[in-house]
Design a protein around this ligand. Structure first.
Ligand SMILES: [Zn+2]
Length: 657
């Protein structure tokens, strides 16, 4: 008779091992952090005596669930912004709020809240990616959970680093200190191919290889990502990252929604694990991952919740059920992804996907004691059948709820007994979370007050203080003007020809000004587009002042790089109405009487309201403006236009400055 620390008896044990052994009634012997033996109760009791023996009362006993992809600190951003497209959600809300609020303390609190939720729902291990990941690691270890904690690396400044080199330093230092920890597996997380560079992918893979730790990355989450990858690099996402040497490392690829059979084989040969995230893919309408194909290929596919801001919970019971349901619907085959397979993905396969199959994922002697007890007899999963061994899996996947989890053990230590958390104080955490939410709410309320503050929140905007003298005249034909520009009084400094597409966004409150999204298609002599330049400008509501000669002074304005699509700005700024204007513009920078002017000759395409000539010059004072206005009118005369009487007021009203 051997004495062990803990003996769990009278349980219906689902080992989730290779043979899918079940023991009912079964028992399990635990010593220190590991499982010593598992089997029929009678046999185990004959061989082992526990210092502590726990009668499980007929509950289901299985390995703890493994959340294969998440961003746990984002519990603090849960419910902040929903029902948005991925780019608006990320660039419009998550990133600005993260830039403002994310700190080691924020990450610590968010992780503690996540751990409370995860333990309650039967999760014992998760795979994370965020900023200040060492704070995630610390809070997780204190809560007693197991996790693969990946320090993020991106190509732009983020919450915890001004540059990618800084992120690499942080990651190296963190991995060095946490490598070998009993609960935490440190890792590195280049966020995604589109938020990194080939250099970053190479450097992170090398670091992961050097320390033999996993590398966590988002792969092929949206078709948009794949389309861009094909356009820019002539190949889909998996071959691209392979080319950068990513598979030198032990890769954990989150999503893989849009990959083909060839890419699946590449992942298999590279020994990469995959995390399937059904809720996140459904909520963000990312598409349906080819889960059955990936499993048939032989890939280790785990299941993840993704971040709690895009799910919005960390409930693996829901995730496993969705994985099974979606696979059936997508393949039009109810035999696809049976309950036992879905549950294997959330346990043994998940552990293998995280490259920690030797530690956890099944109730096997030698593995760590990471296990959960599930109440087998609540009304919503009664009665029970024993004829078919698969009934127990079906009961858990299709009927059990995360709230049926009563007890959780990780690494041989109880984290929850009889639904009471032993390592975290929920009441305190809830109060702190409410406090943080109040601060974030106030920040967003302030920001939402004006179009300008929303523009600034996107980052990179600059104020242009200069004022402008501007004369605009409707003309019948552009040719005489082009000819007149060759006259000796006019010196041509520069010429450009482009097609200009403007979208003017107008708002309920006209004091907010108007936002112009402008795309200039530069044209060569043959009229072919050489390159396109998008810009975003917030224009003052009306002209600052009106001077003699029908000349306008325009307001100062804000410029921002237009890195997103018009659709993004439409969804982010929510304008009341839009006006589309397209014109063919020839633009000369000329010198006339020692003063520089821009002469724009426009043929209006949309709306087709004729041709215009526009003379513009920057100015800094009223006297200078009056002087330039007079000169502009003289220039008009030289160009063969009598005076500016012909200015079409309506047109000015339409396009503003
Ligand atoms: Zn994610």
């Amino acid at each position: 008779m051997q004495t062990t620390d803990i003996l769990l008896t009278n349980a219906h044990i689902l080992t989730m091992d290779e043979q899918m052994n079940q023991f009912n009634p079964g028992a399990i012997a635990i010593n220190g952090d590991s499982i010593i033996a598992v089997g029929p109760e009678a046999e185990i009791k004959k061989e082992y005596a526990g210092r502590e023996t726990v009668d499980c009362g007929g509950s289901l006993l299985m390995p703890g669930l493994i959340n294969a992809h998440t961003h746990v600190p984002m519990t603090l951003l849960r419910g902040l912004a929903d029902d948005l497209r991925l780019d608006v959600w990320l660039s419009g809300y998550m990133w600005p709020v993260e830039r403002e609020f994310v700190s080691p303390e924020f990450v610590r609190l968010g992780t503690q809240i996540a751990c409370a939720e995860l333990i309650r729902s039967g999760v014992t291990t998760f795979n994370d990616m965020y900023f200040y990941e060492e704070s995630v690691a610390k809070a997780t270890a204190e809560a007693g959970m197991r996790a693969v904690c990946g320090q993020s690396v991106l190509k732009f400044p983020v919450a915890d680093a001004d540059s990618y080199e800084d992120s690499m330093e942080i990651a190296r230092d963190y991995i060095q200190r946490w490598k070998g920890h009993p609960l935490i597996i440190p890792s590195i997380a280049p966020h995604a191919p589109y938020t990194t560079t080939p250099e970053i992918l190479r450097a992170t893979a090398e670091l992961a290889k050097e320390f033999d730790v996993p590398l966590h990355i988002h792969i092929a989450e949206t078709s948009f990502e794949v389309e861009n990858m094909r356009n820019e690099n002539g190949m889909p996402v998996v071959p691209y990252v392979k080319k950068q040497g990513l598979f030198e490392a032990k890769v954990i690829a989150a999503h893989c929604v849009h990959i083909d059979p060839g890419e699946m084989r590449t992942l298999l040969h590279a020994g990469a694990g995959v995390s399937h995230n059904p809720s996140s893919n459904l909520k963000l309408a990312s598409g349906f991952a080819p889960v059955m194909k990936m499993l048939e290929t032989g890939l280790n596919v785990g299941i993840g919740t993704d971040g709690p801001a895009s799910n919005n919970d960390l409930d693996m019971f829901e995730e496993v059920r969705l994985a099974a349901f979606i696979a059936k619907a997508v393949t039009n085959d109810p035999t696809s992804l049976p309950a036992a397979t879905a549950l294997t993905m959330a346990t043994r396969l998940g552990a293998q996907a995280l490259h920690i199959g030797h530690l956890t994922g099944s109730l096997t002697p030698g593995r760590r004691a990471d296990l959960i007890l599930i109440d087998a007899n609540p009304m919503h999963s009664s009665p029970r059948f024993y004829r078919d061994g698969n009934s127990a899996y079906a009961q858990i996947v299709y009927a059990s709820k995360s709230t049926d989890v009563s007890d959780v053990m990780v690494n041989g230590k109880w984290l929850m007994r009889d639904r009471k958390l032993l390592t975290l104080n929920e009441k305190e955490l809830l109060a702190q979370a409410a406090d943080m939410a109040k601060k974030i709410d106030a920040f967003l309320i302030e920001r939402e007050q004006s179009v300008l503050s929303k523009l600034i929140a996107l980052g990179g905007s600059t104020e242009e203080e200069s004022f402008e003298v501007q004369v605009k005249v409707k003309i019948a034909d552009t040719h005489p003007i082009v000819e007149a520009l060759k006259r000796p009084e006019i010196e041509i400094i520069r010429y450009r020809h482009y097609k200009q597409h403007d979208i003017y966004f107008a708002f309920e409150d006209t004091d907010q000004g108007r936002l112009r999204y402008r795309e200039d298609d530069f044209l060569d002599e043959k009229g072919a587009v050489t390159n396109t330049r998008p810009r975003l400008t917030l224009l003052g509501r009306k002209r600052e002042d009106k001077l003699a000669h029908d000349v306008l002074l325009s307001r100062s304005r804000f410029l921002a790089p237009a890195t997103q699509s018009p659709r993004f700005y439409r969804e982010y700024f929510k304008p009341k109405e839009e006006t589309l204007i397209t014109k063919d513009r020839e633009r000369w920078l000329v010198k006339f009487k020692d003063t520089e002017f821009f002469v724009n000759v426009d043929a209006m395409i949309e709306p087709a309201i004729g041709n215009f000539v526009e003379i513009k010059s920057r100015t800094w004072s009223r006297t200078d403006a009056e002087h330039k206005a007079a000169l502009a009118n003289e220039l008009l005369a030289v160009l063969g236009i009598g005076n500016s009487e012909t200015v079409t007021k309506d047109y000015i009203e339409v396009v503003g400055q």
